[in-house]
Design a protein around this ligand. Structure first.
Ligand code: NOJ
Length: 742
């Protein structure tokens, strides 16, 4: 009976795959399915459940494995994957246990949070998003995959594709910002970077899209808090980046900690089965976040271990991270008849497919190479790529009277501030195995860049302490200098997981330090190192130049110096709005107009009594050492039916003395629709280098799909009528024309 069912299922899979892929791919897939079905037919129920179990190890600072209490489980075939263990020797040892000591010799997956680099640390993901350069972001993920796989890993828990419009939430640092269009392109780039073109290539690793879904919208910005949002908002804004990553071929998906409209993501059939598998056709496996199955109990939807395991496996979870619940409950549930063994078989099938696709059955030690471990990490090329990515990530927020770039012949620079020489804070959160002692600080970067200049350093204060004891020394350093570089911001630990904040000002007495330096009258440029938008109105009102450098990674200090000295002309643009104050949050550019848009002459319009509505810096904003002028928008036609594309062309001129890159951005607005539409939505952009004094013509193509949205009846498509198009260098772009969709 059982083998009959298996045969039917196999036949369906074979027919389905045959219908939609090339002959070579078809035969490869057929072989894989046959192999897996055969393997499953030999597995005991306990061995199947073992594949659905993921446990964490623990390493010390020397790279030694100090806790591996799962070794016995591995040898019993009761574990399918391990994470937080790295290093060729450690991984080889555990893999040997799995393939030499177990009955069926099924290799393990080895995962880690390789988020923005492995040993060579790149800028934090939000910073990378500010580059608006998907190609460079792909390269960054590629380098991370090469380094991680050189030390035995074959799976990363990245990319995080959670949209966030709430900078109180510390994990905003780990995403690509507030906009679904930009974040979707970046999600795809990261998946391509990690997984490459050939999964069996030993330098590629499996990606894991997380956290499914809507983890970036917790109530009041508080970590792990509930998410309550309309299905329209979910589908239009929050889901697209996950879908983009799935469409790009991401092999795995991680559930989110939060509940969505009352249903924890780990228990949500709507998310994990209806949307992910049935609507999007996801073929890989779903892993929970850390102990999420266990957390169904405090969420209040499961009474205990059995209940939590049953709910989550039926919702569509395939692998349990660290709760150990599947391991102890699933076989029992099958024996009780509460869970069908076919559900277990399907989960195991999905997991084994990923192992097969990575080539682990062919060679379980494919990712274990002592030579690669020796030679492939922190290479000069990788360090150079990290430096390039960091330069491209920086956003020039202000540059009054062209204070920057700083001349190379400057005599004395005062480098002041708690982030100026803080190696530990250069890497930011989730720095994998990055070694902060190898990070280049801003002070070191400037010393290397300006060998002839006298550089006076003063810390001024700590990041979050309240002592002003060092202020006098800092002021004296400023007075003795020609220019001050003030390095301010957050400590690395202040963003990332479990790092929500309610006050987004500079921590501690940093602003007071800036006020003291300002009083000296010396020209000062602030370099911000931080993982989220900060509320920095005072700096913006008083300090002539501000460079947002985020947490720039191992080569950060050199990259900041490259920008300050003008060896690289800044080209980053904000992927997220910077509010004036935390009371404005959530604040994002693609809001709706309301029925009473703000009118300063009328009290009963949408506004605050104590704050302007607009943010400090808008989405898409960022300056350059040069300036760009936009011509008028030209349309290929002002009416279109969707059977053809509409072409939108604009001329952009570099009017300044420096060559520079501009991110030309195109936004759309549908002024009259069955559902109120956002005032603007990013639909296309192009980053291009324009030499000083030259112009470039940029043409965008839009199709009817670019006009589509969830209409009144929740069908997805465009509506007829006028569309307004805006093109410019940020989301306030003022060149505008209309066209009609008929
Ligand atoms: C919890 C985090 O939410 C998730 O992003 C991460 O991948 C896991 N821990 C594993 O470290």
């Amino acid at each position: 009976m059982r083998s009959g069912k298996t045969f039917l299922l196999l036949l369906t899979i074979v027919l389905l795959t045959a219908a939609c892929s090339s002959p070579a791919k078809q035969s490869g897939e057929r072989e894989m399915e046959v192999f897996i079905e055969e393997l499953i037919s030999k597995m005991t129920l306990e061995e199947k459940v073992g594949q659905m179990t993921l446990f964490a190890g623990h390493m010390d600072q020397t790279g030694a494995m100090v806790r591996a209490d799962f070794e016995e489980d591995i040898q019993l075939g009761q574990v399918g994957a391990i994470f937080n263990v790295y290093g060729e020797k450690n991984i080889r040892k555990l893999q040997e246990m799995a393939v030499n000591n177990t009955r069926l010799r099924i290799p393990l997956l080895f995962g880690l949070d390789v988020i923005h680099g492995y040993r060579t640390i790149f800028p934090v993901p939000l910073a990378e998003a500010a580059s608006w350069d998907p190609e460079m972001i792909e390269k960054s993920a590629r380098v991370a995959a090469q380094e991680a796989s050189a030390e035995g890993l074959n799976w990363t828990f990245a990319p995080m594709t959670d949209i966030s419009r709430d900078p109180r939430w510390g994990r905003i640092v780990e995403g690509a910002g507030e906009d679904p269009f930009l974040a979707s392109l970046i999600a795809r780039a990261r998946v391509r970077g990690f997984q490459g073109e050939d999964l069996r290539d030993a330098t590629t690793i499996a990606a894991c899209v997380k956290h499914f879904a809507a983890y970036g919208a917790p109530q009041a910005g508080r970590e792990y808090h509930s998410v309550d949002m309309s299905e329209r908002m979910l589908r239009e804004v929050y889901l697209p980046p996950y879908k983009a990553a799935v469409d790009e071929g991401a092999l795995t998906v991680m559930t989110a900690f939060n509940d969505l409209n009352g249903i924890p993501a780990t228990a949500s059939r709507f998310l994990l089965t209806d949307i992910l598998r049935n609507e999007w056709g996801f073929k890989g496996f779903v892993v929970t976040d850390y102990t999420s199955i266990l957390e169904l109990i405090p969420h209040g939807v499961a009474s205990g271990e059995l209940d939590a395991s049953e709910i989550s496996v039926k919702a569509g979870v395939d692998m349990d991270m660290q709760a150990g619940y599947f391991q102890s409950a699933l076989a029992h549930l099958v024996k009780l008849g509460a869970v069908d063994e076919m559900t277990i078989d399907e989960a195991v099938r999905r997991i084994l497919r990923v192992k097969y696709q990575l080539g682990l059955f062919e060679d379980p030690f494919r990712y274990c190479s002592p030579e690669r471990e020796q030679n492939d990490v922190m290479t000069p090329e990788n360090l150079e790529a990290a430096r390039e990515m960091a330069r491209k990530s920086m956003v020039l927020l202000k540059n009054e009277n062209d204070l920057l770039p700083l001349s190379k012949s400057i005599k004395t620079i005062a480098v002041i501030g708690p982030l100026a020489d803080s190696q530990k804070d250069m890497l930011g959160s989730w720095a994998a195995t990055g070694d902060w002692t190898k990070a280049v600080t801003l002070l070191e970067g400037l010393k290397a860049k300006y060998p002839e200049t006298t550089i006076i350093y003063s810390m001024g204060c700590t990041i979050d302490g309240d002592s002003k004891a060092l202020f006098a020394e800092a002021v004296s350093a400023a007075k003795r200098s020609d220019v001050v570089i003030l390095a301010l911001g957050e400590a690395a630990w202040m963003s990332g997981e479990a790092a929500s904040r309610t006050d987004l000002g500079l921590p501690g007495v940093q602003q007071e330090l800036a006020e003291e330096i300002h009083k000296t009258g010396k020209p000062a440029a602030v370099v911000l190192l931080n993982g989220r938008p900060l509320t920095i109105s005072w700096l913006n009102d008083n300090i002539p130049a501000i460079l947002e450098a985020w947490f720039p990674g191992t080569m950060g200090g050199h990259a900041v110096a490259d920008v300050l000295a003008g060896d690289y002309n800044p080209s980053g643009k904000l992927p997220v709005t910077f509010p004036r104050n935390a009371g404005q949050i959530p604040i994002f550019y693609s809001a709706r107009n309301t029925g009473r848009p703000f009118n300063p002459d009328s009290k009963y319009t949408s506004h605050y009594l104590d704050s302007p509505n607009d943010p400090l810096y808008v989405f898409g904003y960022g300056l350059s050492y040069t300036s760009f002028e936009y011509g008028e928008i030209k349309l290929s036609q002002d009416k279109f039916t969707g059977s053809e594309n509409i072409e939108i062309t604009i001329n952009v001129s570099n009017m300044g003395k420096f060559d520079g890159e501009e991110v030309v951005q195109l936004y759309l607005h549908d002024p009259l629709a069955s559902v109120a539409r956002p005032v603007r939505e990013l639909k296309a952009f192009r980053k291009l280098l324009i030499p000083s004094g030259q112009s470039r013509e940029v043409t965008f193509n839009l199709s009817a799909d670019d006009l589509a949205f969830y209409r009144l009846d929740m069908t997805f498509g465009p509506e007829k009528g006028e569309y307004r198009v805006f093109v410019g260098g940020n989301s306030l772009a003022d060149k505008a024309v209309s066209f009609w969709f008929e």
